[in-house]
Design a protein around this ligand. Structure first.
Ligand SMILES: CC(C)(COP(=O)(O)OP(=O)(O)OC[C@H]1O[C@@H](n2cnc3c(N)ncnc32)[C@H](O)[C@@H]1OP(=O)(O)O)[C@@H](O)C(=O)NCCC(=O)NCCS
Length: 140
């Protein structure tokens, strides 16, 4: 089955983006806010299988030396086929040479280590839902 990696917003179902993030246990928002966030990003990718979206990701960047990856998700039934890795590579190859940061979902650190990411010892975050993120294990 052929996969298509699209870097534009044509026909994107933002409700699907919201629903998928919720389904996989990541932060999700109203569809129009995902639309705004993706449109304001530096690089986006949407994965389609037979015309249906099955995954996506995005990165923000200053366009010169600092970037950050967010909202990488693949539908559970299509995992372990290299699609998540392809999403990451698609984003990374379009980011400027320089630093890339992200925070892994709990238990997904190994996925990013294979892509060359390493745990940061001084990472600091001011999360909006600080208590929830502490409860989930993202912060001390
Ligand atoms: C993290 C996520 C994006 C990975 O997507 P994916 O498509 O399964 O990623 P890949 O297939 O490229 O790699 C996943 C694993 O499958 C393995 N794999 C890749 N191709 C494979 C194949 N053909 N056969 C068997 N295993 C394979 C990879 O080695 C990797 O192993 P790991 O779990 O030890 O790291 C996905 O699991 C997901 O959406 N998770 C929920 C949301 C999430 O955690 N997102 C990241 C937030 S930071």
């Amino acid at each position: 089955v052929e996969l298509e990696f699209r870097n534009d917003f044509a026909g994107v179902d933002w409700q699907f983006v919201s629903d998928t993030l919720r389904l996989v246990g990541m932060a999700y928002h109203r569809p129009e806010n995902h639309k705004k966030a993706f449109e304001n990003s530096y690089a986006v990718v949407f994965v389609y299988r037979e015309g249906t979206m099955i995954g996506f990701g995005r990165a923000v960047s200053d366009g010169v030396y600092q970037s950050a990856v967010y909202d990488v998700a693949v539908l559970p039934e299509y995992r372990k086929q290299g699609i998540g890795t392809a999403v990451m590579k698609n984003l990374l190859e379009r980011l400027p040479a320089g630093n890339v940061i992200l925070y892994a979902n709990i238990g997904r650190e190994g996925f990013y280590e294979k892509l060359g990411f390493r745990r940061m010892k001084t990472a600091m975050a001011r999360f909006r839902h600080a208590a929830v993120m502490r409860e989930k294990g993202f912060t001390e």
